[in-house]
Design a protein. Structure first.
Lengths: 153, 153
Protein backbone atom coordinates (compact mmCIF):
# COMPACT_ATOMS: atom_id res chain seq x y z
CA UNK A 1 0.00 0.00 0.00
CA UNK A 2 2.20 2.85 -1.19
CA UNK A 3 -0.57 5.46 -0.99
CA UNK A 4 -0.15 8.36 1.38
CA UNK A 5 -2.72 8.39 4.18
CA UNK A 6 -5.43 11.00 3.86
CA UNK A 7 -8.56 10.85 6.00
CA UNK A 8 -11.71 10.15 3.99
CA UNK A 9 -13.82 13.31 3.51
CA UNK A 10 -17.00 11.76 4.92
CA UNK A 11 -15.23 10.48 8.05
CA UNK A 12 -13.60 13.90 8.48
CA UNK A 13 -16.97 15.64 8.25
CA UNK A 14 -18.73 13.25 10.64
CA UNK A 15 -16.13 13.13 13.43
CA UNK A 16 -13.48 15.06 15.35
CA UNK A 17 -9.94 14.05 16.28
CA UNK A 18 -9.42 12.78 19.84
CA UNK A 19 -5.98 11.18 20.08
CA UNK A 20 -3.32 9.35 18.09
CA UNK A 21 -2.53 5.79 19.10
CA UNK A 22 0.52 4.04 17.61
CA UNK A 23 -1.45 2.73 14.62
CA UNK A 24 -4.82 4.51 14.61
CA UNK A 25 -6.33 7.89 15.18
CA UNK A 26 -9.23 7.86 17.63
CA UNK A 27 -12.07 10.14 16.54
CA UNK A 28 -15.39 11.07 18.16
CA UNK A 29 -18.50 10.86 15.98
CA UNK A 30 -20.58 14.06 15.94
CA UNK A 31 -23.70 12.05 16.83
CA UNK A 32 -25.91 12.87 19.76
CA UNK A 33 -27.82 9.57 20.02
CA UNK A 34 -24.84 7.39 20.90
CA UNK A 35 -21.38 7.94 22.42
CA UNK A 36 -19.47 6.70 19.39
CA UNK A 37 -15.76 6.49 18.54
CA UNK A 38 -13.91 5.66 15.34
CA UNK A 39 -10.50 4.07 15.00
CA UNK A 40 -8.81 4.91 11.71
CA UNK A 41 -5.46 3.24 10.92
CA UNK A 42 -3.13 5.83 9.41
CA UNK A 43 -2.36 3.65 6.38
CA UNK A 44 -2.95 4.81 2.83
CA UNK A 45 -5.12 2.49 0.77
CA UNK A 46 -6.28 0.21 3.61
CA UNK A 47 -9.84 -1.03 3.02
CA UNK A 48 -10.10 -4.54 4.45
CA UNK A 49 -8.79 -5.76 7.82
CA UNK A 50 -6.33 -8.04 5.98
CA UNK A 51 -4.81 -5.14 4.05
CA UNK A 52 -2.78 -4.71 7.25
CA UNK A 53 0.32 -6.78 7.99
CA UNK A 54 0.07 -9.46 10.66
CA UNK A 55 1.81 -7.11 13.10
CA UNK A 56 -0.57 -4.27 12.28
CA UNK A 57 -3.58 -6.58 12.70
CA UNK A 58 -2.30 -7.54 16.14
CA UNK A 59 -1.77 -3.90 17.06
CA UNK A 60 -5.24 -3.04 15.78
CA UNK A 61 -6.67 -5.74 18.05
CA UNK A 62 -4.96 -4.09 21.02
CA UNK A 63 -6.09 -0.61 20.05
CA UNK A 64 -9.69 -1.79 19.64
CA UNK A 65 -9.55 -3.22 23.16
CA UNK A 66 -7.96 -0.05 24.52
CA UNK A 67 -10.47 2.32 22.90
CA UNK A 68 -13.42 0.12 23.85
CA UNK A 69 -12.35 0.09 27.50
CA UNK A 70 -11.85 3.87 27.54
CA UNK A 71 -15.29 4.32 26.01
CA UNK A 72 -16.96 1.99 28.47
CA UNK A 73 -15.48 3.99 31.34
CA UNK A 74 -16.37 7.35 29.79
CA UNK A 75 -19.95 6.35 28.95
CA UNK A 76 -20.68 4.55 32.24
CA UNK A 77 -23.12 3.11 32.98
CA UNK A 78 -22.89 1.37 29.64
CA UNK A 79 -24.82 -1.79 28.78
CA UNK A 80 -22.66 -3.08 25.92
CA UNK A 81 -19.90 -1.93 23.59
CA UNK A 82 -20.59 -2.53 19.89
CA UNK A 83 -17.68 -2.86 17.48
CA UNK A 84 -17.96 -2.88 13.71
CA UNK A 85 -15.96 -2.50 10.51
CA UNK A 86 -18.38 -2.42 7.58
CA UNK A 87 -17.16 -0.06 4.87
CA UNK A 88 -20.01 -0.69 2.45
CA UNK A 89 -20.37 3.05 1.94
CA UNK A 90 -17.04 4.57 3.05
CA UNK A 91 -14.25 2.27 1.90
CA UNK A 92 -11.35 3.62 3.97
CA UNK A 93 -10.78 1.12 6.80
CA UNK A 94 -12.39 2.45 9.98
CA UNK A 95 -13.62 0.66 13.07
CA UNK A 96 -16.74 1.83 14.90
CA UNK A 97 -16.78 1.55 18.69
CA UNK A 98 -20.14 2.49 20.17
CA UNK A 99 -21.48 2.61 23.72
CA UNK A 100 -24.99 1.17 23.87
CA UNK A 101 -27.68 1.56 26.50
CA UNK A 102 -30.86 -0.44 26.87
CA UNK A 103 -33.61 1.58 25.19
CA UNK A 104 -31.30 3.80 23.11
CA UNK A 105 -32.15 4.50 19.46
CA UNK A 106 -32.32 1.16 17.65
CA UNK A 107 -31.64 -1.02 20.72
CA UNK A 108 -30.92 -3.97 20.56
CA UNK A 109 -30.28 -3.65 16.82
CA UNK A 110 -27.19 -2.04 15.28
CA UNK A 111 -26.80 1.75 15.08
CA UNK A 112 -26.04 1.76 11.36
CA UNK A 113 -28.98 2.63 9.16
CA UNK A 114 -30.95 4.30 11.97
CA UNK A 115 -31.81 7.43 10.00
CA UNK A 116 -29.84 10.63 9.57
CA UNK A 117 -27.09 11.67 11.95
CA UNK A 118 -28.27 13.89 14.83
CA UNK A 119 -25.65 16.53 15.33
CA UNK A 120 -23.77 16.63 18.62
CA UNK A 121 -24.01 20.08 20.28
CA UNK A 122 -20.63 21.69 21.11
CA UNK A 123 -21.18 21.42 24.89
CA UNK A 124 -21.95 17.70 24.63
CA UNK A 125 -18.92 17.20 22.41
CA UNK A 126 -16.69 18.86 25.01
CA UNK A 127 -18.25 16.77 27.78
CA UNK A 128 -17.57 13.54 25.90
CA UNK A 129 -14.01 14.53 25.07
CA UNK A 130 -13.40 15.36 28.74
CA UNK A 131 -14.95 12.08 29.89
CA UNK A 132 -12.64 10.09 27.64
CA UNK A 133 -9.58 11.42 29.50
CA UNK A 134 -7.54 10.57 26.45
CA UNK A 135 -4.55 12.85 26.40
CA UNK A 136 -2.45 11.89 23.38
CA UNK A 137 0.77 11.33 25.30
CA UNK A 138 -1.00 9.20 27.90
CA UNK A 139 -2.68 7.00 25.31
CA UNK A 140 0.57 6.35 23.50
CA UNK A 141 2.35 5.48 26.73
CA UNK A 142 -0.31 2.96 27.79
CA UNK A 143 -0.10 1.20 24.45
CA UNK A 144 3.67 1.34 24.06
CA UNK A 145 4.61 -0.67 27.13
CA UNK A 146 6.22 -3.88 25.95
CA UNK A 147 3.88 -4.76 23.14
CA UNK A 148 6.56 -5.48 20.55
CA UNK A 149 5.25 -2.93 18.13
CA UNK A 150 8.57 -2.37 16.36
CA UNK A 151 7.96 -1.83 12.67
CA UNK A 152 4.65 -0.07 13.06
CA UNK A 153 4.28 3.05 10.95
CA UNK B 1 -12.16 -15.16 33.94
CA UNK B 2 -12.13 -18.50 35.72
CA UNK B 3 -15.27 -19.80 33.99
CA UNK B 4 -14.99 -22.86 31.83
CA UNK B 5 -15.73 -22.16 28.18
CA UNK B 6 -19.06 -23.45 26.91
CA UNK B 7 -20.48 -22.30 23.60
CA UNK B 8 -23.64 -20.22 23.95
CA UNK B 9 -26.77 -22.21 23.05
CA UNK B 10 -28.02 -19.69 20.50
CA UNK B 11 -24.66 -19.55 18.72
CA UNK B 12 -24.51 -23.34 18.73
CA UNK B 13 -27.98 -23.57 17.18
CA UNK B 14 -27.31 -20.94 14.50
CA UNK B 15 -23.91 -22.16 13.28
CA UNK B 16 -21.67 -25.17 12.63
CA UNK B 17 -18.04 -25.74 13.59
CA UNK B 18 -15.46 -25.16 10.84
CA UNK B 19 -11.99 -25.09 12.40
CA UNK B 20 -10.10 -24.26 15.58
CA UNK B 21 -7.59 -21.41 15.42
CA UNK B 22 -5.17 -20.88 18.34
CA UNK B 23 -7.61 -18.59 20.20
CA UNK B 24 -10.97 -18.89 18.44
CA UNK B 25 -13.26 -21.43 16.87
CA UNK B 26 -14.39 -20.51 13.37
CA UNK B 27 -18.04 -21.36 12.76
CA UNK B 28 -20.28 -21.05 9.69
CA UNK B 29 -23.68 -19.41 10.15
CA UNK B 30 -26.61 -21.49 8.91
CA UNK B 31 -27.87 -18.53 6.87
CA UNK B 32 -28.55 -18.69 3.17
CA UNK B 33 -28.65 -14.96 2.39
CA UNK B 34 -25.02 -14.25 3.24
CA UNK B 35 -21.77 -16.26 3.48
CA UNK B 36 -21.20 -15.57 7.15
CA UNK B 37 -18.58 -16.76 9.66
CA UNK B 38 -18.30 -16.41 13.42
CA UNK B 39 -15.12 -16.27 15.49
CA UNK B 40 -15.66 -17.38 19.08
CA UNK B 41 -12.73 -17.09 21.51
CA UNK B 42 -12.61 -20.22 23.65
CA UNK B 43 -12.55 -18.21 26.89
CA UNK B 44 -15.12 -18.69 29.61
CA UNK B 45 -16.91 -15.51 30.63
CA UNK B 46 -15.59 -13.24 27.85
CA UNK B 47 -18.18 -10.64 26.83
CA UNK B 48 -16.34 -7.49 25.81
CA UNK B 49 -13.24 -7.24 23.60
CA UNK B 50 -11.27 -5.95 26.59
CA UNK B 51 -12.10 -8.99 28.70
CA UNK B 52 -9.18 -10.51 26.81
CA UNK B 53 -5.57 -9.92 27.84
CA UNK B 54 -3.45 -7.65 25.62
CA UNK B 55 -1.87 -10.75 24.06
CA UNK B 56 -5.25 -12.31 23.37
CA UNK B 57 -6.51 -9.06 21.85
CA UNK B 58 -3.52 -9.04 19.51
CA UNK B 59 -4.11 -12.67 18.58
CA UNK B 60 -7.79 -11.94 17.99
CA UNK B 61 -6.79 -9.16 15.61
CA UNK B 62 -4.71 -11.64 13.63
CA UNK B 63 -7.44 -14.27 13.61
CA UNK B 64 -10.00 -11.73 12.39
CA UNK B 65 -7.67 -10.84 9.52
CA UNK B 66 -7.04 -14.51 8.74
CA UNK B 67 -10.70 -15.51 8.74
CA UNK B 68 -11.73 -12.42 6.76
CA UNK B 69 -9.17 -13.20 4.06
CA UNK B 70 -10.26 -16.85 3.86
CA UNK B 71 -13.87 -15.75 3.56
CA UNK B 72 -13.11 -13.20 0.84
CA UNK B 73 -11.40 -15.92 -1.19
CA UNK B 74 -14.15 -18.48 -0.59
CA UNK B 75 -16.98 -16.05 -1.43
CA UNK B 76 -15.30 -14.46 -4.47
CA UNK B 77 -16.32 -12.26 -6.11
CA UNK B 78 -17.02 -10.41 -2.88
CA UNK B 79 -17.68 -6.68 -2.71
CA UNK B 80 -16.81 -6.08 0.95
CA UNK B 81 -16.16 -7.98 4.16
CA UNK B 82 -18.20 -6.76 7.14
CA UNK B 83 -16.90 -7.36 10.65
CA UNK B 84 -18.86 -6.85 13.85
CA UNK B 85 -18.93 -7.66 17.54
CA UNK B 86 -22.25 -6.47 18.97
CA UNK B 87 -23.49 -8.82 21.67
CA UNK B 88 -26.63 -6.87 22.54
CA UNK B 89 -28.64 -10.09 22.43
CA UNK B 90 -26.09 -12.90 22.86
CA UNK B 91 -23.51 -11.80 25.39
CA UNK B 92 -20.78 -14.39 24.83
CA UNK B 93 -18.02 -12.64 22.86
CA UNK B 94 -18.33 -13.53 19.17
CA UNK B 95 -17.15 -11.74 16.06
CA UNK B 96 -19.22 -11.76 12.87
CA UNK B 97 -17.36 -11.87 9.55
CA UNK B 98 -19.71 -11.54 6.58
CA UNK B 99 -19.15 -11.49 2.83
CA UNK B 100 -21.28 -8.80 1.21
CA UNK B 101 -22.31 -8.37 -2.41
CA UNK B 102 -23.87 -5.32 -4.02
CA UNK B 103 -27.62 -5.90 -4.04
CA UNK B 104 -27.65 -8.63 -1.35
CA UNK B 105 -30.31 -8.55 1.39
CA UNK B 106 -29.97 -5.26 3.23
CA UNK B 107 -27.14 -3.84 1.10
CA UNK B 108 -25.48 -1.43 1.88
CA UNK B 109 -26.85 -1.59 5.42
CA UNK B 110 -25.77 -4.11 8.05
CA UNK B 111 -27.04 -7.71 8.03
CA UNK B 112 -28.20 -7.65 11.64
CA UNK B 113 -31.90 -7.04 12.08
CA UNK B 114 -32.79 -8.08 8.51
CA UNK B 115 -35.63 -10.38 9.52
CA UNK B 116 -35.54 -14.05 10.48
CA UNK B 117 -32.68 -16.33 9.57
CA UNK B 118 -33.14 -18.18 6.27
CA UNK B 119 -31.88 -21.68 6.80
CA UNK B 120 -28.90 -22.86 4.78
CA UNK B 121 -29.67 -26.08 2.85
CA UNK B 122 -27.24 -28.96 3.53
CA UNK B 123 -25.81 -28.91 0.00
CA UNK B 124 -25.07 -25.18 0.24
CA UNK B 125 -23.51 -25.70 3.67
CA UNK B 126 -21.19 -28.35 2.26
CA UNK B 127 -20.29 -26.13 -0.69
CA UNK B 128 -19.36 -23.26 1.61
CA UNK B 129 -17.32 -25.47 3.91
CA UNK B 130 -15.45 -26.86 0.89
CA UNK B 131 -14.85 -23.36 -0.52
CA UNK B 132 -13.29 -22.23 2.75
CA UNK B 133 -10.52 -24.84 2.42
CA UNK B 134 -10.00 -24.56 6.15
CA UNK B 135 -8.55 -27.82 7.34
CA UNK B 136 -7.89 -27.47 11.07
CA UNK B 137 -4.22 -28.42 10.89
CA UNK B 138 -3.60 -26.02 8.04
CA UNK B 139 -5.28 -23.09 9.74
CA UNK B 140 -3.29 -23.61 12.92
CA UNK B 141 -0.03 -23.84 10.98
CA UNK B 142 -0.66 -20.60 9.10
CA UNK B 143 -1.36 -18.72 12.31
CA UNK B 144 1.39 -20.31 14.37
CA UNK B 145 4.35 -19.13 12.31
CA UNK B 146 6.34 -16.72 14.44
CA UNK B 147 3.52 -14.74 15.95
CA UNK B 148 4.72 -14.89 19.53
CA UNK B 149 1.54 -16.50 20.79
CA UNK B 150 3.15 -18.11 23.82
CA UNK B 151 0.77 -17.93 26.72
CA UNK B 152 -2.39 -18.28 24.71
CA UNK B 153 -4.90 -20.72 26.09
Amino acid sequence: MPDKFTLDEQLAADSVFVAALPLCDIRLMREQRWFWLLLVPRLGGAVEFFDLTALQQAQLGREIGFAAKKLQQAAAPCEKINIGALGNNVRQLHIHIIARQKGDAGWPGPVWGQGARQDLPPAAEQARLAALQLLPAQARAELSAGNGQAGLP
